[in-house]
Design a protein around this ligand. Sequence first.
Ligand SMILES: [Zn+2]
Length: 363
Amino acid sequence: MSWRELLKEMCLIPAVSGYEARLANFLVQAFAPYADEVSIDRVGNVIARITGTDPAAPTVMVFAHLDQLGLVVRKITADGFLRVERLGGVPEKVLPGLVVQILSETGKTVSGVIGVKSHHLTPHEEKYRVLPYQELYIDIGATSSAEVQALGIEVGTPVAYEPAFTVLQNGRVAATSLDDRGGCATLVRLAAAAAAQRPAATLYLVGTVQEEFNLRGAQVAAQVLKPDLAIALDVMVAGDTPDLADRLDLRLGGGPVLGMYSFHGRGTLNGTIPHPALVSLAKQAAAGAGLSLQRNAMVGLLTDSAYVQLVGAGIPVLDLGFPVRYTHTPVEVCALSDLDGLYRLSWELIRSLTPGMNLARRY
Ligand SMILES: [Zn+2]
């Protein structure tokens, strides 16, 4: 399977935070031909180890999150509609009229649509209002709560955008959950590269769980693996659309992205300022691989690296990513060339990790 096909397959497997099992099993199979060991830990992270050729070289954890945001059933009405909570940063303005998949407890996938008041009867002032999720409902075609429950749909059942993968012009694709199946597909490519040409450093490739649910899985993996350094692969927000052109410079097709500053600004009040030695390594790796490297500094986003850096005595971290438009909607758009660049950059960086590399902060 080509890596593009692998990416598509992964985008088409729903994996709402906390319900990543199907995608985790897929990733175990994808790692199996290349890794010395593949395991799933207690929280559900998939961990592949590829032992390096030099035990004195630093160990590195490269990770991407398996999960995606979604909805959770909050209430089933007597006439068979589903009311929902948000799981992760779901933008309410894209929800009305969407096709969704309810991932029932029997293992079956049930299709539904998010209802919208019939246009003919919508008052003018309502036409331009975004409905909060509390007012939305899912219609699966059922006529009673008993009928819904008989399908294995209960309070707490997860709901995902209907998976889709659409090829656009110029090597660009629109898909559900490019955040972070792009990172997951890159992990598999790194496994293949490392198996074919073992680097000095021992490599842990980790598909993490529950990132969209306030960043949980990667922290656990780092506590167990205790890597000398860690690299997060995740999306970065592209700014090359008419509505964001003044905000930031990241553009599709401009190459992989080095995260220089992230801060969530709300809730977690967490973020990442990368380790300077790893920033230098990334720049060298980009030059070595002949890649242009974009840089990002942004408030309003954070990745798992924000928590991984705080594990144990502290782990040097780096955020690498690829630009994505329309983040957290069902039509996230990226350029495949940027994902390829992310792979080449990460691989070059992994190969450059050598024994005696100094990650201490002495100034
Ligand atoms: Zn992400």
